[in-house]
Design a protein around this ligand. Structure first.
Ligand SMILES: [Fe+2]
Ligand SMILES: [Zn+2]
Length: 452
């Protein structure tokens, strides 16, 4: 192994190392994809998730560094330049590299937490030596002779100049948007599989990730079995409605959910700063008529809105709407921020991330500029037109023993009015806890650790 020593901030070249290029066990993005990514102009415009996005994959060709290349690793000024065999050069700031050292002294491999005290590092820290090894880059720093190792796969994954992995790429399998035609192939798993194996649980959660909902069949018609099912994902989210619900239309809480009237498509808890992530329903008993369940794919409808009414899509992405829950005497909940758009996008990727829409829970619109009033209502009517297009409405009848769970950040739900006694139970799950469980069951620990 050839070690090149150079004074701080002087040009540092690695003239040769191993005798042949080495394939590194990791991910890569072809040069064409990289340049396409860098030239993409639409990063700042709101966008729907891409249904054709490439899955974060390990199957792409591994990155390679020519260990014999004269310019494979060069320290210039306050950066280390690393050239990949495809000709792409990644530039990393010296301080950034030192700050991200993952040696046992600097990073706890179990807790995945930083041990390094960033604020004790000299801002002008520089390499004393840079060495290419078969697995990555070794650097000895001019401060305390600290030694760092960066794997090629980690460097490529986190390369920021240029970005080599698409920072806008959604996690996991592509989402599949749907309309009512999905009724012929409803995503479903068996209770037994979910309760008895992590594989069954992973399939269930991936159904929710891909389709925004899933049924579970063969559930014992008891609150205990339903609660146990919810707990397979994570602890149940407690709210002012309690934890696990077991309710009838007795107006037990001051909310229309606790009545027998019809409810239009909505997402729940738009009045929370952090709306509930998942919602589970299980019909335990119904001796009357009606009470059909409505499910609408909000992402599918947003896509239609964007195609057919692009100005309305922009309006609902920008104008913020206040919401509240104040039906119980002891409750007066409003979110922070007080107002949020109906269509919420990730501020970095600009992807549609969350639908927050419940027309019944909307507070007084007294914050709009006068010229926003008409455009807001026009957009709201366009949105309602898409949501209530019967092509987009999936009507089903709940059955005891068959649980429905859905992504409350994506799917809207509603119901028809009903008669008779109807007993439902269910639960909310926090978004972060659902995503954490899905992530750990669908991605290897090594891949997750490398992504941090
Ligand atoms: Fe609801
Ligand atoms: Zn270290």
């Amino acid at each position: 192994m050839l070690r090149i020593l150079a004074p701080a901030r002087a040009a540092l070249r690695l003239s040769s190392a191993r005798s042949a290029p080495l394939a590194m066990p990791s991910r890569a993005v072809p040069a064409a994809s990289t340049s396409a990514l860098l030239s993409r102009p639409a990063l700042l415009a709101p966008r729907l998730f891409s249904t054709t996005a490439v899955r974060c994959s390990n199957s792409t060709p591994p990155p390679q560094v020519d260990l014999k290349g004269k310019d494979s690793a060069v320290a210039i000024g306050n950066k280390v330049h690393l050239r990949w065999v495809d000709g792409t050069t990644s530039r990393f700031h010296n301080f950034w590299l030192r700050d991200h050292c993952h040696c046992p002294e600097c990073y706890h491999s179990v807790t995945k937490q930083r041990l390094c005290n960033t604020f004790t590092l000299p801002r002008d820290i520089a390499p004393k030596s840079v060495t290419l090894t078969p697995t990555g880059v070794d650097i000895v720093w001019d401060h305390n002779d600290h030694k760092s190792h960066y794997s090629y796969s980690w460097l490529q994954k986190h390369s920021y100049d240029p970005k080599m992995m698409d920072p806008c790429k959604p996690e996991g399998a592509d989402k599949i948007t749907w309309d009512k035609s999905i009724s012929s192939q409803l995503p479903e798993v068996a209770y037994k599989d979910v309760m008895e194996s992590d594989k069954g649980l992973a399939k269930w959660l991936n159904n929710i990730h891909v389709h925004g909902f899933s049924y579970v069949s063969g559930v014992p018609v008891t609150t205990e079995a339903t609660e146990a099912l919810a707990n397979r994902i994570a602890f149940i989210r407690e709210t002012h409605y309690g934890g696990f619900w077991d309710f009838t239309s007795d107006l037990g809480h001051g909310d229309t959910a606790y009545t027998d009237i019809a409810l239009g498509s909505h997402t729940d808890t738009t009045y929370f700063t952090d709306p509930a992530g998942l919602q589970m329903f299980h019909l335990l008993h119904h001796d009357g008529e009606g009470g059909h369940n409505l499910l609408v794919d909000g992402f599918h409808c947003a896509k239609i809105l964007k195609e057919q009414y692009p100005q309305s899509y922009r309006t609902l992405s920008e104008i913020r709407v206040p919401a509240h829950s104040a039906g119980d005497a002891s409750t007066h909940i409003v979110p922070s921020p007080r107002r949020n758009p109906i269509l919420n996008h990730d501020p970095v990727t600009r992807e549609l991330m969350q639908i927050r829409f419940n027309n019944d829970d909307r507070s007084t619109l007294d914050h709009l500029d006068p010229d926003q009033v008409e455009s807001f209502y026009s957009a709201l009517f366009d949105w309602n037109k898409v949501l209530t297009d019967e092509k987009n409405m999936l009507w089903t009848k709940f059955q005891p023993g068959r649980v429905l769970i859905f992504d409350n950040w994506r799917c809207l739900h509603g119901r028809s009015s009903f008669t008779g006694k109807r007993r439902m139970c269910g639960a909310y799950t926090n978004w972060d806890d659902y995503r954490s469980r899905w992530r750990t069951l669908n991605t290897s620990a090594e891949q997750l650790a490398e992504g941090l």
